[in-house]
Design a protein around this ligand. Structure first.
Ligand code: NAI
Ligand code: MG
Length: 326
């Protein structure tokens, strides 16, 4: 079976780390057909559009998309691209790697973040010169979809249920609906849950991240808390993510275009390569995904390493070392 993979490197180090991840995928014995498309600042400067229609259409029809990063136009690119795959959940693992400097080396978390609504639904108004407002949207259907995904996600041996992070003590209607819906779906599926107020979570996860495993959050909370956890594991160059929809999905590193190092060939490709491992898992290639993750882990532990991790290796050196371990 052939899988069509849209490849959208974007700007800055996106042009360096995305081809590295494609090289890793190409080294596996899987029938991928890669189709590359443009998005971001460079194509906007050329054509006036940060996200050309053909790029959107490609992401909306490919089996999966691998995206790098976009510069100033990031919001004009990534939000519509997540829409193109109808992504309702953003999966963000935050895991420390052996041998890599981390604030909390014992961190091993996965955030499942609602990806369509909450305060990011886009309903903001300027009522008067003095007053602006925001309408927060929470629906039972989006909460249910997320909860069903979460139940599925924790169904293996690896996880004991999940934690729901919310602020339903204050946002009784919106987060109340979110929490109740997620809990009901978990109950129906026989999945254990506990809950934590999102502000308390921020403190507790810093003090002892091992208290948590899979964390299900509304959109803004998931955005902020997963970035906080990223700080605990050290190094933006390590964090992958997946935007999952009902029929297709988009995978991207958490980091941006890194203008300070772009063009030097020294960007850490690990985040994008681990994102590619998530793509493999999504398409059902669990063994290959595990092999890629192990190869990345071994390379981070024993080198070669890029300068962000204190090494002197190039993107290409690290990519080759990962492929050699496969
Ligand atoms: P950034 O993630 O690009 O860089 C922050 C710092 O981390 C820099 O010092 C950079 O060198 C380092 N870094 C990031 N990824 C790295 C990697 N793979 N290897 C080694 N070092 C790495 O975030 P920043 O500086 O806030 O944003 C730069 C540009 O990227 C902005 O134009 C922003 O809009 C865009 N951006 C795009 C995103 C996307 O497309 N999804 C996400 C975040 C930012
Ligand atoms: Mg963010």
């Amino acid at each position: 079976m052939t899988h069509e993979i849209a490849v959208i490197p974007g700007d800055g180090i996106g042009q360096e780390v995305t081809p590295a991840a494609v090289e890793v995928l190409e080294s596996l014995d899987i029938d991928f057909e890669f189709a590359e498309a443009e998005a971001g600042d460079a194509v906007k400067a050329e054509t006036g559009e940060a996200l050309p229609q053909e790029t959107y259409d490609l992401a909306a029809s490919a089996d999966a998309t691998l995206f790098g990063a976009a510069g100033d136009t990031a919001a004009d690119v990534i939000l519509p691209l997540r829409g193109a795959v109808d992504s309702f959940v953003n999966v963000r693992p935050a895991k420390a790697y052996p041998g890599v400097d981390a604030v909390r080396p014992e961190t091993d978390l996965v955030f499942l973040r609602e990806n369509t609504e909450g305060v990011y639904a886009g309903h903001e108004d300027r009522l008067t010169q003095d007053v602006s407002t925001l309408t927060r949207v929470v629906t039972e259907s989006a909460s249910e979809r997320l909860a069903e995904f979460a139940c599925d996600y924790v169904s293996g041996d690896e996880h004991d249920g999940f934690t729901v992070a919310h602020k339903a003590n204050v946002m009784r209607e919106t987060d109340g609906l979110f929490r109740d819906t997620v809990r009901d779906v978990a109950d129906e599926n026989g999945v254990e849950t506990d809950e934590v107020l999102m502000d308390a979570f921020a403190t507790r996860v810093c003090l002892d991240p091992t208290q948590f495993d899979v964390v299900v959050c509304p959109n803004l909370a998931g955005d902020v808390l997963s970035d906080l956890a990223a700080g605990l594991v050290g190094g933006l160059g390590l964090l992958p993510s997946a935007n999952i929809g009902p029929e297709r999905a988009l995978f991207e590193p958490v980091h941006g275009t890194a203008p300070d190092i772009a063009g030097e060939g020294v960007a850490n490709p690990a985040a994008t390569i681990v994102s590619a491992a998530m793509l493999l898992e999504y398409l059902g290639y669990d063994d290959q995904a595990a092999a890629v993750n192990e190869a990345v882990e071994a390379t981070l532990a024993d080198g070669p390493r890029t300068p962000d991790l204190g090494g002197g290796a190039s993107t290409e050196d690290v990519t080759e070392a990962i492929i050699d371990r496969l």
